[in-house]
Structure formats: structure tokens, C-alpha cells
Design a protein around this ligand. Structure first.
Ligand SMILES: CC[C@@H](C(=O)O)C(=O)SCCNC(=O)CCNC(=O)[C@H](O)C(C)(C)COP(=O)(O)OP(=O)(O)OC[C@H]1O[C@@H](n2cnc3c(N)ncnc32)[C@H](O)[C@@H]1OP(=O)(O)O
Length: 248
């Protein structure tokens, strides 16, 4: 079974990270496939919106696959890995069609970064969320803090990042990180309000939405974020925290 699936239903492309046994953690295959699926969803004229979600009920995404990335030791190697996923998320942030992260379960670390790159975040009931990178002695490194600071109130954003705590959907709604708490049927219903419009209308409004941003400026901020994260990556604090997870 592929690690990332793409299914088109009712003119909506569902991109599903398909590693439930690893809580949908992101490894290099997932990065590649995620990018490929974005190309398909972008090019298909029968696709009017993109939903990103995770397989199963446990997790949306648990971030970077620590069983793979624990082998990354140096700043240079960390930069290569971070850049790879940051490019995918930059593409997602500027995706020409509306994008929705459906938080079907836990989203932590890079999982929250993926969600933040989407236009909307809709959560199932009682999911746990967290920009927990700080607990691993690193920062976001896939563009997540750059996007979060654009998505919600700056002071709420910086608190979520600095505290690195896990929070619930009630808090996520309160601070504006999550737009709605919906089950699957409610999500389909909400999506149908947009998919009944012509693709041209949706593309035009999405262009207005994205026009707010200078792509080069956003990219430069993401590069600065990668630089920060990769510098912290080579510290013993980070390696020790990852080792604790691997050897749990
Ligand atoms: C590296 C990029 C960086 C970024 O730029 O943002 C990050 O993403 S940093 C954050 C990295 N992620 C984490 O630290 C999360 C680690 N996982 C967890 O804390 C928990 O697994 C969970 C996500 C809260 C879910 O808990 P639970 O439902 O109790 O499941 P388990 O803990 O039992 O996990 C089941 C299974 O999955 C493996 N797993 C989970 N997450 C990862 C991961 N990120 N990388 C690799 N493997 C992961 C876990 O080890 C279990 O495996 P088995 O023990 O073999 O069953």
C-alpha cells in the first residue's frame, strides 16, 4: 500500500498520509509522494479543493519519522531534510485551490506544520494538537512557525510555539488554529458549499487570498526558520530527546 493516497470524491481530492502504524509520521517516501499528489490535485480539472488528512482514527500526523531522522546528526544534513519538506509545504501554502487539513486525530510537531500550511483546519472531536518541537530542543523547520504567525493572532501563535504544549480542540478553536469541529458528514456538507461553484471562481478567489503574500518574502522567512532549526538539530539537547523517544 502506498504511504500517501489520493482519492477524488465529489470534486474534492483527499490526500491521505497512510502510515497509521507510525501515527502517519513523515519519512522521505511520504515527502516525495505528497509532492506528487499535489501535482495531480493541481492539474486535475475535476478537482476543486484539496483535503489533507491521515489514515485511521488515532493520528493526523506525528511529524517527522524519528526512526529515520534520528540518523541525521549535522546541521548540513538536517538542512537537506528540512528543505525537502519545507518545499512541499511552501507549495501547499500557495496551492491554487482551497486547501483543508482534516485533523482526524493527533497532530504534533511537523503534523501541525502541515495543518498550518493549509487554508483551513477542521478537526474531529477531541483531538490533541501541539507544536512540540521545543520539547525536542528544536524549532519548527518545515515553515510551520512562518505560517502560524500568518494564520492566527501573533501573540497566541508565539505562545503555542514557545510553550510547546499539547492542547485540545477547545483551545485550538479559541485561539483560531482550528476553524470548525466537524465529523466526516459535516465536513462533506461544508465542502459542498464551495464545490457547487465553478472551478474558475474558486481559483480566482484563491488567487486573491494568496496575493496578500509576497512569495519571496515568505520563502526567505521559511529559509531563516530552517537555518534556526538545523542549528539546534546538532545540539546534544536535540539528540538526547530523540534518543529518549527511540529507546522508550
Ligand atoms: C523532524 C521534523 C520536526 C519538524 O520539523 O517539525 C518534527 O516533526 S519534530 C516532532 C517529531 N514527532 C514527535 O516527537 C512525536 C512522537 N510521537 C509521539 O509523541 C506519540 O507517538 C503520539 C504521536 C503522541 C501518539 O501516541 P500514541 O497514540 O500513544 O502512539 P504510540 O506512541 O504508541 O505510537 C505508535 C507507534 O508509532 C510510532 N511513532 C509515533 N510517532 C512517531 C514518529 N514521529 N516517528 C517515528 N515513529 C513514530 C511509535 O514509535 C509506535 O511504534 P511501535 O512502538 O513500533 O508500535
Amino acid at each position: 500500500m502506498k504511504k500517501v493516497l489520493l482519492e477524488v470524491k465529489n470534486e474534492v481530492a483527499w490526500l491521505t498520509i497512510n502510515r497509521p502504524e507510525k501515527r502517519n509520521a513523515i519519512d522521505y517516501d511520504v515527502m516525495e509522494l505528497f509532492n506528487e499528489m499535489l501535482t495531480i490535485a493541481e492539474e486535475r480539472t475535476d478537482v476543486k479543493a484539496l483535503v489533507v488528512t491521515g489514515n485511521g482514527t488515532e493520528a493526523f500526523c506525528s511529524g517527522g519519522d524519528l526512526s529515520v531522522f534520528h540518523e541525521i546528526y549535522t546541521k548540513v544534513d538536517a538542512e537537506k531534510m528540512l528543505n525537502k519538506m519545507a518545499n512541499v509545504l511552501l507549495r501547499l501554502f500557495f496551492f491554487p485551490k482551497p486547501t483543508i487539513a482534516y485533523l482526524n486525530g493527533t497532530a504534533v510537531g511537523g503534523g501541525c506544520e502541515i495543518a498550518t500550511a493549509c487554508d483551513f483546519r477542521i478537526a474531529a472531536k477531541n483531538v490533541k494538537l501541539g507544536f512540540i518541537q521545543g520539547k525536542l530542543g528544536i524549532t519548527t523547520g518545515w515553515g510551520g512557525s512562518t505560517y502560524l504567525l500568518e494564520r492566527i493572532n501573533r501573540n497566541e501563535a508565539i505562545q503555542l510555539l514557545m510553550a510547546a504544549e499539547v492542547f485540545d480542540t477547545e483551545k485550538a478553536l479559541r485561539v483560531g488554529f482550528v476553524d470548525y469541529i466537524y465529523d466526516n458528514a459535516e465536513l462533506y456538507n461544508w465542502l459542498s458549499r464551495f464545490t457547487k461553484q465553478d472551478l474558475g471562481v474558486l481559483l480566482a478567489y484563491k488567487r486573491r487570498y494568496s496575493d496578500k503574500y509576497d512569495k519571496e518574502l515568505i520563502h526567505n522567512r521559511v529559509l531563516a526558520e530552517i537555518d534556526n532549526c538545523s542549528s539546534l538539530w546538532e545540539t546534544p539537547e536535540h539528540h538526547d530527546a530523540v534518543a529518549r523517544f527511540i529507546n522508550k
